[in-house]
Design a protein around this ligand. Structure first.
Ligand code: NAD
Length: 499
């Protein structure tokens, strides 16, 4: 049997061995707190590194640095074309270090090295270059007005989009590099400064990304990273009075707390939150395409994807064939460590998250749910959960309505598309959804009736820098990506000139 395990780069081993500080003012600085936070490899549970556990004072130092850089205009007042050029250089540097970043990502997050390379780093480059280009496309409007006084006066009005100030970015652990960059790039393209906090579980790649940003020419203080726990470091960051905008991606309960705190000072907030995303499979769908597309939609990154399909409603006439296709596919998935290029299912991010997902399955088993599981992970201390199908889950299972965020998907038989639509919309979430049909008529009729920020037809989970993304209902507020992305990082100023 050939060994498909990736050899760890020397530069990765050296990075893991470092005594990481906080990235403030263009350099690594020690935290005031003595305590350190461990980073574990999900494949074997071993500690691979530690990071600083930032205190509120550390966070204040980072925010002050960002604010100083912003008010001094070292970045905001650069010509847009200069910002664009430096951000494009930053993307080139990330590309040159792609393998190092991908390995760090897999070692701290657990995902397959193939996904780290192609998706987490590879697609991030697309986003970086797209967003760099937005720096030179910031526009306002000219407006004719009818102000009638004093008699004879004439006025011309125009609007300007100005950078909002210091941005606080709060990042979850499922795509730490990519989601971090989804905050850094629009902030910097708009001319803002940023202090970003990765998840305490996966802090390493953003620390490396900050070093590369300095190397690319982004001035000190413009891009800062604080590592630490949500309740201390995250809270201090989002509540700091010099923060003008919070961009948060994470769970709905934490997002609501941040919105409540932001209301006190009317800090601007974008929230990208959880989902319990439905797929509706109509009886005319291509079954092979459904199984292939929704296996990917449900099990990519072990289902630790906010957009993942987790409730699949299938019209009765094709239900048995679709379930048979899923069963065969799930049982053929190979399960192993992320550094093994053949492994299709790899460990979950942490012991506590693995236990959380296991508790959903234990609850389902205790209530006699029908489960179809794929292979178990290798014996040892890795954080594995077998990929699992839940057949027609009853209403009283916790996994029926709650976000599991793991390799678990519900397959539900429905009488017809109307029943599927009713059940799909019966959720407090509204992030994404998909519809599977060969009928253009059905696609056009159903998509406006589905309550979700993104609706795919005959695919699921695919995203693009030019396609706005965000949630309906309790899946969030605001949109990332697309040509209007920088609006959320700017204030609009009306200028009224009398002549
Ligand atoms: P989480 O809400 O527990 O943590 C997210 C971040 O918030 C972490 O950095 C954490 O340290 C920080 N945090 C925690 N408490 C805080 C507080 N009181 N103040 C400020 N910051 C605080 O989420 P998670 O477990 O890291 O990620 C999984 C969740 O993220 C899932 O619900 C998933 O759906 C969601 N998610 C959403 C999107 C999206 O685009 N909508 C994308 C990825 C993940």
């Amino acid at each position: 049997m050939p060994d498909n395990t990736v050899t760890i780069l020397d530069s990765v081993s050296q990075f893991l061995d470092r005594q990481h500080g906080l990235y403030i003012d263009g350099q690594s600085q020690p935290s005031q707190a003595e305590q350190r936070l461990p980073v574990h490899n999900p494949a074997d549970g071993q500690q691979i590194s530690t990071t600083a556990d930032a205190s509120a004072e550390d966070v204040a130092r980072a925010v002050t640095s960002a604010h100083r850089a912003f008010t001094a205009g070292v970045w905001a007042q650069r010509l847009p074309a200069e910002r664009e050029r430096i951000l494009l250089r930053y993307a080139d540097l990330v590309e040159q270090h792609a393998e190092q970043l991908a390995q760090l990502e897999t070692l701290e997050q657990g995902k397959s090295i193939m996904i780290s390379r192609d998706f987490e780093v590879g697609c991030t480059l697309n986003w970086m270059r797209y967003t760099a280009g937005l720096a030179t496309k910031i526009t306002g409007q000219t407006l004719d007005v009818s102000i009638p006084m004093p008699p004879g006066a004439r006025y011309q009005v125009y609007t300007r989009k100005e950078p909002i100030g210091v941005v606080a970015g709060i990042v979850p652990w499922n795509f730490p590099l990519m989601i971090g960059i989804w905050k850094v790039m629009p902030a910097l393209a708009a001319g803002c400064s940023i202090v970003i906090k990765p998840s305490e579980t996966t802090p390493l790649t953003l620390l490396r990304m900050a070093e590369l940003a300095s190397e690319a020419g982004i001035p000190p203080g413009v891009f800062n990273v604080v590592t630490g726990r949500g309740a201390v470091c995250g809270k201090a960051l989002t509540e700091h009075p010099l923060v003008a905008k919070v961009s948060f991606t994470g769970s709905t309960p934490v997002g609501k707390g941040i919105a409540r705190a932001a209301a006190d000072r009317l800090t601007r907030v974008t929230l990208e939150l959880g989902g319990k995303n439905p797929a509706i499979v109509l009886q005319d769908a291509d079954i092979t395409q459904v199984v292939e597309g929704l296996m990917m939609g449900s099990f990519l990154n072990q289902g630790q994807v906010c957009a993942a399909s987790s409730r699949i409603y299938i019209e009765a006439p094709i239900y048995d064939n679709v379930v048979a296709g899923f069963e065969q596919a799930v049982k053929s998935l190979s399960v192993g460590p992320g550094m093994d290029t053949r492994a299709q299912i790899t460990p979950l991010v942490s012991r506590s998250h693995r236990d959380r997902v296991a508790a959903f399955l234990d609850d389902a088993k205790a209530k006699h749910a029908e489960l179809i599981a794929g292979a178990n992970g290798p014996v040892g201390d890795g954080f594995y959960i077998p990929p699992t199908l839940v057949i027609n889950p009853a209403a009283n299972l916790n996994l029926t309505r709650e976000e599991v965020f793991g390799p678990v998907v519900n397959l539900i038989r429905v009488a017809d598309g109307e029943e599927a639509l009713r059940l799909a919309n019966d959720s407090e979430y509204g992030l994404t959804a998909s519809l599977w049909t060969r009928s253009l008529q059905a696609a056009m009729a159903y998509t406006p009736r589905i309550q979700a920020g993104t609706v795919w037809v005959n695919t699921h989970t695919l995203i693009d820098a030019n396609m706005p993304f965000g949630g309906f209902k309790q899946s969030g507020s605001g949109r990332d990506f697309g040509p209007d992305w920088l609006d959320a990082y700017t204030e609009s100023k009306s200028v009224c000139i009398r002549y």
